[in-house]
Design a binder for this molecule. Structure first.
Ligand SMILES: [Mg+2]
Length: 368
């Protein structure tokens, strides 16, 4: 039997190339936590937790504490091949702490893939595609600033899908600005919105109806996550598909959303709901409930982005782009071969586990 021998924790600071604003938050840098789970045959699995305190309530300090004090004692001495059993024990040991739990789950998958010499997507049943269509994202700014960012991302990475953040101004101002930006894109990319819960149901219905002729691909979390009845009202009042993002932190949230008919689509992350295991379950459950899903992100570095790419590769009917854009937003990454978006797509990494190698020198240079 293989045994887990240790966990190493690397809290770090990763700077964004440019400040990035959405709803009430501006991100200048991200205090991600990279971790390794080592086994007694010398193998080591990499994981990453990417806290956005305004979203999951976690910080780098809370993630390090829960990894060291709660998860490491549970995992050391156990067989890493028992991924589901260990993930359940980790899940039950502490409430919440979703990114810390996801980091452990990602590291376990990487470790087991390496021990068995297969990619993570093989552990999930195989890949349906070799490349994933990626969307860029445009933080809140003036119409001119947003349009310049659209042009930059289309030129740099060839993205054919762009997510526009909005919801900070009045509905009338937002609609006017978004029409100007979408008009400026001129059909070079398909557009969708992320409102991060900033509209009331009535505002959402008014705004989305005013924008429907612009051909929005979908609208992500227009209204508050707790108001399933409000989400249902918006869903029924517009033809544009509505995606749930902040409303999904656990796989069971998808059941509640489906029963309430509160959305058409689900955003699944490698960071929620529960890493690669939870993300895989979420994708299956969403599709069984008649909803589409796509892989979203908190803009992670290469380790967790690779996990999201493996997840995306295993979704049978993936109709929408995935937000695997994190590595393009940071001024540095921890991978030896950074993930790149070319012509709007990122290749599914090959090789055992996540198919990535971490550059220790870079990691230590970014360590806090
Ligand atoms: Mg979102």
């Amino acid at each position: 039997m293989v045994k887990i021998t240790g966990i190493e924790i690397y809290p770090l600071q990763a700077d964004f190339k440019k400040p990035f604003s959405f709803s009430g938050i501006t991100r200048l840098s991200s205090n991600n936590v990279i971790l390794t789970i080592t086994a007694d045959q010398g193998a080591c699995g990499w994981g990453e937790a990417c806290p956005v305190p305004g979203m999951s309530g976690e910080t780098a300090a809370s993630i390090c504490a829960v990894l060291k004090d709660y998860f490491a004692p549970l995992l050391i001495g156990q067989d890493p091949l028992d991924i589901a059993v260990l993930t359940r024990r980790v899940e039950n040991s502490v409430n919440g702490n979703i990114c810390a739990k996801s980091g452990v789950n990602i590291a376990l998958y990487d470790l087991v893939g390496k021990l068995l010499c297969v990619p993570v997507y093989t552990l999930l049943g195989g890949k349906h595609r070799d490349e994933i269509e990626v969307n860029g994202s445009i933080g809140i700014g003036t119409a001119a600033e947003m349009l310049a960012a659209c042009e930059e991302q289309m030129a740099e990475c060839g993205v054919r899908y762009l997510k526009l953040y909005c919801g900070k101004e009045s509905v009338a101002q937002d609609v006017r600005k978004l029409k100007e930006v979408i008009g400026g894109i001129g059909g070079q990319a398909q557009v969708f919105l992320d409102v991060n819960q900033q509209w009331s149901p009535k505002e959402a219905i008014k705004a989305i109806r005013s924008l429907e002729e612009e051909g929005l691909l979908f609208v992500e979390q227009p209204t508050p996550k707790w108001d399933l009845e409000g989400m249902r009202q918006v869903c029924q009042a517009v033809t544009t598909p509505i995606a749930a993002d902040e409303a999904v932190f656990a796989v069971t949230d998808i059941t509640r959303l489906a029963m309430a008919q509160a959305c058409d689509m689900i955003a699944v992350y490698a960071m929620k709901p529960g890493g690669i295991s939870g993300g895989h379950e979420a994708a299956i459950l969403a599709q069984a409930a008649g909803m589409d899903c796509f892989i979203g992100s908190y803009l992670e570095l290469g380790v967790a982005t690779a996990a999201g790419i493996h997840l995306a590769a295993t979704i049978p009917d993936l109709k929408y782009p995935c937000y695997m854009y994190g590595p393009m937003k940071y001024s540095q990454d921890v991978l030896q071969q950074p993930l790149q978006v070319h012509r709007g797509k990122v290749a599914v990494p090959e090789g055992p586990g996540l198919g990535i190698d971490v550059d220790m020198e870079r990691l230590l240079a970014m360590r806090l």
